[in-house]
Design a binder for this molecule. Sequence first.
Ligand code: NAP
Length: 321
Amino acid sequence: MARQTVVVIGATGSQGGAVAKELLGHPDSYHVRALTRDPSKPTAKALADLGAELYTADLDGGREMLASAFSGADVVYALTDFWQTQSTDVEIAQGKAIADAAAQTSTLKRLVWSALPDPVKLSGGQFLNVHHWKGKSLVTEYIQTEQPALWAKTTTILFPNYFENCLTTPDRYLPVKDISGTYTLTFPHSPQTVMPNVAIADTGKLVRAILEAGSRYLEKTVAFYCEGLSEAEKLAIIGKRYNVPTQYRQVSSSQFQKILQSRDGFSEEIALDFAEQLMIFEKCGNVYANGEFVQANQIPGLKLQTWTEFLDKNQLPLVRE
Ligand SMILES: NC(=O)c1ccc[n+]([C@@H]2O[C@H](COP(=O)([O-])OP(=O)(O)OC[C@H]3O[C@@H](n4cnc5c(N)ncnc54)[C@H](OP(=O)(O)O)[C@@H]3O)[C@@H](O)[C@H]2O)c1
């Protein structure tokens, strides 16, 4: 196969960084064009040192700017970062500009769009405030309905959910030690509520598997997770590994929202968004396990890290009181 040019949006971040690094490890097959707003930042320079072409672009720059960034590309790995602006309008505008620019890139063979499910459809209208899922799902709908050729000829959708949240946001995802020495984790789920989980560091492996599978995953949505695990199960494994007593504490969704506001500085609206996202799994089960999605953990030849393997590779910042 001829060497492919892969544009990676978010290359300096978690998801895109994993894609860029994996493909840079196969330089005979892939040339990586890493998009960043700031090529002088250390993560961008590190990618350049590994052989990436750095391309300065802002997703707010619109379709024409992105079309230039995609010029000659065989593949685009695309994401939007809701948390930068916490605005659905901005996220939708960015996503549509990506889709429109991809549609006008004549060389393009694959678009991998990292999205999230439609929270309203999925929950039968129970959860109306999960904006950071909704915006992405509206972009997916836009690709499917307004750019049908792009959808049919190039596109694969991903739905991820990271183990790494416990490293990037330990206050929310790791237990806190109390004066008795017990490590308590607080979530609005029952101890049995299973969530999909994956090491986002494995995104590169998944994308390479998709690119190397020909047309197999076109017009498909991949539920990107390795294991369905509850937060209580993950906590018990942490307790054993670090040999510390643990306790799982379930609070109500509204109590959890208040914690997000006071501890994490979330606005009322964003706290509701975040809590409702978690409650989808409480009320609707592991929605990623739906048969209409390709299950990443069943893709032939793709070995994803389990929670135990993730803990082997990553030291948790546990000593917080
Ligand atoms: N955490 C989870 O479990 C989870 C699960 C599913 C989906 N997600 C979604 O993942 C997204 C975040 O991805 P991530 O975790 O990889 O983010 P991250 O590590 O925080 O990195 C953000 C990346 O986005 C790029 N970026 C942000 N705004 C940009 C803009 N205006 N123009 C160009 N590039 C921009 C940044 O590039 P520069 O700063 O270099 O320009 C950076 O590379 C969010 O939308 C979130 O909803 C997260």
